[in-house]
Ligand binder design. Structure first.
Ligand SMILES: [Mg+2]
Length: 395
């Protein structure tokens, strides 16, 4: 196998940057993007101006407001970020078809065999800045693991290349939580064993790691050495999704119709692209509402034409909601029902028709990104380690 050259491209403070680009008033100001429902949401992104105050993704909005009373708090806006994701993807696809959409704002590009990957990366950054106004941080490495770690070494607007022979030297002093897939919990477990850095980890014999961590021990062993053979998951190889509905439970009772509408829109957005990913259409919509102090109520209806369009899903769900005369809610869910295959109709299902070239793979990519986003805060974790090693991501 010839040497691989993998780029990891990560948009800097993506959601917050998009807000600043689309509303120049916010430029240079501390911007905090908040998830829904607004009053009890968590921070989904913080601009670099907000970060010195300690505001970061995953933190309750209320806490962020205390840390940064003068910040600009804006609600999360999925279509806007997807629009930028799509533009980024079309730039990547101009460079290579070997693109893995890792999250809404992160991709891996396989530039193996390309003469000067550094030059390509510089060109990519220039083109992205010019066409979108975004900055990205790029890591170049012999595999996905090292590329991802490298992109994080010089944020924002960074470019870091790690040659195979430099891998141990670069990784060695880094704390183990820089390893994608090692979260705070695993890092704490490792620390208790005296393992803080990659070089500490590399000192531990394989048998010991296996004893401590089971099959993940072996993955840790190789990660410590910068070895990763995880293949690229190209856009047209994405696995199908299983889920056909989502529910959200609120921490505090939800009382306003506007808040319910926002939640309906959020869930519908998720469902729409999941159906497109699964090449399915919903022939009907079911709404599930959990009133405070009462049993869950479901209402459903058939659609005139099967759809994967979130606007239709949201509109239908909201009509069902309005029929219910609900006051205080503790939860809300939306399901697509009477699902049918959409293979024949797929090409009609564009979210941003003006922005999509004829290539079907791009549509798949958008849906994949949206799916990633719909899972909540984007949590990067390479398939390197299994699910019980999931770490928390950063912008
Ligand atoms: Mg990012």
């Amino acid at each position: 196998m010839t040497d691989r050259v993998i780029l990891h491209v990560d948009a800097d403070a993506f959601f917050a940057s998009v807000e600043q680009i689309t509303n120049p008033f916010l430029k240079g100001k501390p911007v905090v993007v908040c998830g829904l429902p607004l009053e009890h949401g968590v921070v989904t992104a913080a601009s670099y101006e907000a970060r010195p105050y300690g505001v970061k993704a995953g933190m309750p909005v209320a806490q962020a407001r205390k840390l940064l009373p003068d910040g600009y708090f804006v609600p999360v806006n999925i279509p806007k970020y997807l629009f930028f994701s799509t533009r980024l993807l079309s730039i990547y696809l101009q460079m290579t078809p070997r693109v893995e959409a890792y999250s809404v704002d992160e991709v891996f590009l396989d530039l193996s065999g390309v003469a000067d990957p550094w030059k390509q990366a510089v060109e990519l950054k220039r083109q992205i800045a010019q066409e979108t106004g975004l900055t990205v941080s790029i890591g170049i490495g012999p595999n996905k693991l090292i590329a991802k770690i490298a992109s994080d070494l010089d944020k924002p607007d960074g470019l870091t290349m790690v040659l195979p022979e430099q891998a141990l030297q670069v990784l060695g002093p880094l704390p183990v939580e820089r390893c994608p897939g090692i979260g705070p919990k695993t890092a704490a477990n490792l620390k208790a064993l005296g393992i803080v850095t990659f070089s500490d980890l590399a000192q531990v014999p394989l048998a010991k790691l296996r004893w401590w961590f089971g099959k993940n021990g072996e993955k840790l062993y190789w990660a410590a050495r910068g070895v990763d053979e995880t293949p690229m998951v190209l856009l047209d190889q994405l696995p199908p999704l299983k889920s056909k509905g989502h529910e959200i439970t609120f921490d505090q009772p939800m009382r306003s119709v506007e808040a319910a509408q926002a939640v309906i829109w959020e869930i519908s957005g998720r469902l729409g692209f999941e159906f497109r990913s699964q090449q399915r259409l919903a022939g009907g919509i079911r709404l599930k509402v959990k009133p405070v102090g009462g049993k869950a109520v479901t209402r459903q209806t058939r659609l005139l034409a099967a759809t994967a369009d979130e606007r239709v899903i949201a509109k239908t769900a909201f009509q069902l909601f309005r029929q219910g005369n609900f006051t205080e809610l503790r939860g809300l869910g939306i399901y697509g029902i009477y699902l049918v295959s959409s293979v024949k109709d797929q090409n009609q299902l564009h979210l941003f028709p003006e922005d999509i070239p004829g290539e079907e793979r791009l549509q798949t990519a958008i849906d994949h990104l949206k799916q990633k986003y719909g899972e909540g805060i984007v949590v990067p974790a390479l398939n390197l380690l299994s699910s019980d090693f999931k770490g928390s991501g950063k912008g």
